[in-house]
Design a protein around this ligand. Structure first.
Ligand code: G
Ligand code: G
Ligand code: MN
Ligand code: NA
Length: 250
């Protein structure tokens, strides 16, 4: 009845909550360069519940660290044998505020024998904006390990350019709201072009999110965006479907 109680039960039951994987492609040759792990909850009565709904509930209920640990472990375990560059996992601000977060990631990677450079952690600008400085310390420690850091939903927050330079990240994920505006008189193409050029100038990689049309893909490639993610190329897939896609040779 209560969604929080149902979430607790789902975390125990395990099979209700699954990790899907969305392939991420090189903008130029359209080969798969990595995947992003995305949670999916199939509620026994209500059907599919979006992570936009249940992640905030998990955060408030104190369940996000357990959930995040499960996703990270499952995604890394699966990715060890995949012929892809990186597996990206979303990290909540609450996880990042835990002083032992980076140490936990290090321990997991070591126990799995996984190359830290194969893991990319996605976090939003707001997650990195905590006053304690704890998030930035975790990021620093993670990067020293070799883990890659991506700034998710870029452009929707309030980061100044000087702050972007100070933040130690490897990649910017351009929010899909900007890609959506391509072709209209919105200025979105100019904004994305500016983001790509800024990223280039500061040595960051770029991924465009929510690429849904061929035209968007072509424009992004022309702009010099490094990677593309979106329904044009692939939906998020259950692990079995991703395995067959990767098996086909990409
Ligand atoms: O997959 P979808 O577009 O429905 O995801 C919606 C939101 O949920 C996105 O912002 C995404 O980053 C977030 N999300 C998906 N999986 C995870 C996860 O494992 N951990 C966290 N913290 N957020 C997730
Ligand atoms: O915030 P984050 O970037 O982690 O969110 C990823 C979300 O975007 C996932 O929920 C995923 O299902 C969704 N998504 C992926 N590709 C597309 C797309 O082409 N269009 C739209 N509208 N959503 C997408
Ligand atoms: Mn993401
Ligand atoms: Na995003």
């Amino acid at each position: 009845r209560n969604i929080e109680q149902d979430l607790r039960a789902a975390l125990q039951a395990k099979d209700q909550i699954q990790v899907y994987y969305q392939p991420i492609y090189s903008a130029t040759d359209r080969k798969i360069t990595g995947v992003e792990a995305l949670l999916r909850w199939h509620h026994p009565k209500s059907g599919w519940i979006s992570p936009d709904v249940f992640i905030p509930i998990a955060e408030e209920a104190g369940l996000i660290e357990k959930l995040g640990e499960q996703v990270l472990r499952e995604a890394c375990t699966a990715a060890i044998n995949w012929p892809v560059g990186t597996v990206a996992v979303n990290v909540s601000a609450i996880e990042l505020r835990n002083p032992s977060y980076a140490a936990g990631v290090a321990h997991l990677l070591l126990s799995l024998g996984m190359n830290p450079q194969k893991l990319e952690l996605e976090m939003t600008e707001s997650a990195l904006t905590d006053n304690s400085g704890q998030c930035e310390q975790n990021v620093k420690a993670l990067r020293q390990l070799g883990v890659r850091i991506a700034l998710d939903d870029f452009g929707t927050g309030f980061s100044s350019l000087s702050r972007l330079q100070r933040l130690e990240v490897d990649r910017i994920k351009i929010d899909r709201s900007f890609i959506k505006g391509f072709g209209a008189e919105s200025g979105d193409e100019a904004i994305v072009q500016a983001i790509v050029e800024l990223a280039r100038a500061t040595g960051l990689k770029t991924t465009a999110e929510g690429v849904e049309t061929k035209e968007q893909g072509k424009r992004l490639q022309q702009m010099g965006c490094d990677n593309l993610q979106g329904f044009l190329l692939s939906q998020p897939l259950p692990v079995s479907e991703l395995n067959s896609l990767l098996g086909e040779g990409t």
